[in-house]
Design a protein around this ligand. Structure first.
Ligand code: GLP
Length: 301
């Protein structure tokens, strides 16, 4: 009976209340351990979320830094070559300007070596000046013919460049509907010093498709080098694919060389999408973006 009483009252054999301090200490230790484990688990989850977010943000933009312009041009040509080998009916989005000339030369070399064929390739160019005759030496139509098309086995009927002559409204509609029916597999891009892509000048809404544009003074000045350095000779208007059309491409290659482009490259590799820096729209692309630059264009990264 005495034993039972002692148990009920939690007394020891001599009738003293049992000393529970060690038990309490153990419980406290257990609780501390649980709290620490919970904190560690929460920290691990937070780190995982940050890593997944960072991976998601940068995964689709792959930066490739080349030693110089030639290497940059070859790396872009490698990606295009691989696409044409896997898909001889590929649809390419093409750019003009001085940046892609090396890549076009490299593609011509590879075509001459019979490594690639353009027989069933279709192309869509980004833009064209409004008001220049198609065969004007500085029209983008002429540029494409001289720098690429006349050297390869492409069917000219499969090459498309927005029309800079005729009714601008009709030209816009026609090009937009062509793009709707043809998904671009790989879009090549250069970038203007003010961050423009195609002729999408700073401030252009990212949601619009093919449209006419009044060129910014900076772009007119930059492009004067193609018009005997006379800004009066540079057309002031152009027709261009919109950012929306560009982002519709499955894969994008952005190329840039020289310190003039370093700021634009810093912006595209950053985390801020800014309507005043059109090239930053590439961060919103759902597919793969290759940013292929020389060391100078990478100097602000
Ligand atoms: C023009 C073209 C752009 C091109 C840009 C940069 O404005 N419309 O498509 O990216 O020039 O040209 P460059 O490669 O000569 O620096």
């Amino acid at each position: 009976m005495k034993e039972n009483e002692n148990e009920l009252l939690d007394l020891d054999e001599e009738g003293n209340i049992k000393d529970k301090t060690p038990e309490k200490n153990n419980k406290n230790k257990d609780n501390h351990f649980k709290i620490i484990v919970t904190i560690i688990i929460i920290l691990i989850i937070i780190c995982a979320i940050i890593l997944i977010f960072k991976f998601y943000k940068t995964n689709h933009i792959e930066l490739i830094i080349s030693n110089d312009y030639d290497e940059m041009s070859k790396k872009a040509a490698d990606i295009i070559t691989e696409l044409l080998k896997n898909n001889p009916n590929a649809i390419l989005g093409l750019a003009t300007g001085s940046t892609p000339i090396g890549t076009y030369n490299e593609l011509i070399n590879r075509y001459n070596k019979k490594e690639i064929s353009f027989e069933n390739v279709t192309t869509f160019n980004l833009d064209e000046y409004i008001g220049l005759e198609q065969l004007h030496p500085q029209s983008y139509y002429k540029y494409m013919y001289e720098h690429l098309f006349k050297h390869i086995n492409i069917n000219l009927d499969n090459t498309h460049i927005p029309k800079g002559e005729g009714n601008p409204e009709e030209n816009v509609k026609e090009y937009e509907s062509l793009l709707k029916n043809n998904k671009i597999n790989l879009q090549i891009l250069g970038v203007g010093r003010n961050g423009h892509i195609g002729f999408n000048e700073p401030g252009t809404n990212f949601d619009i498709g093919v449209h006419d544009v009044i060129l910014h003074n900076k772009t007119v000045k930059d492009n004067a080098r193609f018009f005997e350095n006379d800004i009066n000779k540079v057309p002031k208007k152009a027709i261009t694919m919109g950012i929306k059309n560009i982002l519709d491409a499955e894969t994008i290659i952005l190329m840039a060389n020289g310190t003039d482009k370093a700021e634009a490259i810093k912006n595209v590799m950053g985390n801020r999408v800014d309507v005043n820096i059109p090239v930053t729209a590439l961060q919103m692309h759902k597919g793969k973006v290759y940013v292929i630059v020389d060391k100078k264009a990478a100097s602000k990264l």
